[in-house]
Design a protein around this ligand. Structure first.
Ligand SMILES: [Zn+2]
Length: 240
């Protein structure tokens, strides 16, 4: 596949006219006939790259939002403005670093495979980050329950039960999230490279290993964040 085929938008190589999607294999301007399969492939590439850009924007928005919640939460629990800044910076570096990791790991691959690897990375990454991302809404639930606990004078029994149950659910969910990451990864690899089982290169192996490393880091950050929220909730419920 020539690299001209993955240019976006799709242009006629003869007259430069942008070929609309509804049009078949013939350029509506100059009438040049194209290979239908090549055109189909080119459109898939273009769509993949467009959805990559959309995904990246959405991912940065979600991660950025959760980082703000985390940083503020850490600052409130630790009673320190400095903690807001350091938590925010540390998490931002983690999110940006994991994006860079995929870009670097795929560098060794040839151009076509590099694009596929980066798309797969972009789709798998948010799931691998899941274990710490879900802690933000979980913390909000736990803190609300702790308030309820205190209001109803239940001596922290609701909070304690929610913490034990929540931890178990979080551990199971985290494993499922890594599984989702791998599935999202495989889907792109299967769609764009054909035979996936035979298509295991060094760059792909490194990317998959890094994905597991990121997931582990995500578990650690999630555990720390959850621990902070749990301490605050138990305090709120009057258990400490
Ligand atoms: Zn043309």
């Amino acid at each position: 596949m020539a690299s001209a085929e993955i240019d976006s938008p799709l242009r006629c190589t003869e007259c430069g006219y942008t070929i609309p999607d509804e049009v078949g294999a013939r350029c509506p301007e100059c009438g040049t006939l194209y290979d239908e399969n090549a055109l189909w492939r080119a459109r898939r590439w273009r769509d993949l790259r467009a959805s990559d850009a959309r995904l990246l924007r959405r991912w940065l928005l979600v991660a950025g939002g959760v980082i703000v919640i985390y940083a503020l939460g850490a600052g409130v629990v630790g009673q320190s403005a400095m903690l807001i800044v350091t938590t925010g910076i540390a998490l931002s570096v983690g999110v940006a670093g994991s994006l860079v990791m995929g870009a670097l790991a795929s560098l060794a691959a040839p151009e076509q495979q590099r694009l596929v690897l980066r798309s797969a990375w972009l789709r798998a990454l948010p799931w691998a980050h899941g274990p710490w991302l879900v802690i933000a809404p979980c913390s909000a639930i736990i803190l609300s329950l702790a308030l309820l606990d205190r209001a109803a004078n239940l001596n922290g029994s609701i909070t304690f039960a929610a913490l034990v149950g929540g931890t178990i659910i979080w551990l199971v969910a985290s494993v499922l999230l890594m599984n989702k990451a791998y599935k999202a990864w495989s889907r792109v690899m299967n769609d764009f490279t054909g035979a996936p089982a035979k298509y295991a290169t060094l760059a792909e192996t490194i990317c998959l290993l890094l994905l597991v490393v990121i997931w582990c880091g995500s578990m650690i950050v999630g555990f720390l964040g959850g621990g902070l929220a749990a301490g605050a909730a138990l305090n709120l419920a009057g258990l400490f």
